[in-house]
Write a protein that binds this ligand. Sequence first.
Ligand SMILES: C[S@@+](CC[C@H](N)C(=O)[O-])C[C@H]1O[C@@H](n2cnc3c(N)ncnc32)[C@H](O)[C@@H]1O
Length: 258
Amino acid sequence: MTGFDDPAFYGARWASVYDDRYGGLDPEPAVDFLAELAGRERALELAIGTGRIALPLARRGVVVEGVDASEAMVERLRAKPGGESIPVTIGDMAAVGVSGPFRLVYLVANTLFGLLSQARQAECFHNVAPVLEPDGVFVIECFVPDLTRFDRGQRVQTLAVTEDSATFELSRHDAGQQRVTTQVVTLDGDGVHLRPVALRYSWPGELDSMARQAGLRLADRYGGWDRRSFDSTSGQHISVYWRASRRPSSSPARGVHR
Ligand SMILES: C[S@@+](CC[C@H](N)C(=O)[O-])C[C@H]1O[C@@H](n2cnc3c(N)ncnc32)[C@H](O)[C@@H]1O
């Protein structure tokens, strides 16, 4: 496998800059949400990366494990305080590849869309379901596709300009494949730096359908980690799925917010 089809590709290209770019995002709202669902039980982060969420979640007493395809990303996790004690399996998140049961499995930061076909995303749901405890939940954080971002299948956006550098994003959108291919380009005194990303977006209802086919049901959908309502203005969703066989009396969350 090469390029975007290689699960380790993202990490190979992004690991050296990932924490500089995204380390400033406040993980606490997500950690609050996930800690409440996990209690002090076992939780699995698919695509754990450099531990942006997993490390603060482990500090709350959750027993966190991870899966990631990229040794380069996981090396950064290992170098952080507490990183050595989080077990990480190097592998493909669509396969899951670790033994449960887990109270919580979670996949954040739109990373489900890094699986570049509906079949690959459905495979992920299919392999998450059997590692959940009977009362366990699968939580995903995804954006709601906004096709108005693209003009005739493309988009150019300037992200940062300084005295010595410029960073911009060049994207192509393939509506038929529901695929966006992007280069984040930085020009500076050292030359041109290319950070590629490809994703295959899915609509919320499409994700629910994949979940149903895997034996999971949507329990709650929020418009943010602070449990705000999900509505027509929401740019993202936090979706909580539980096993279809779950007893109706046991609710992990505070109600339905769709
Ligand atoms: C955007 S980062 C998210 C990291 C972390 N979850 C966070 O929120 O900061 C995406 C992560 O997904 C991993 N990844 C991408 N495709 C993968 C795959 N098919 N299987 C496992 N990990 C994958 C990358 O190596 C990278 O660590």
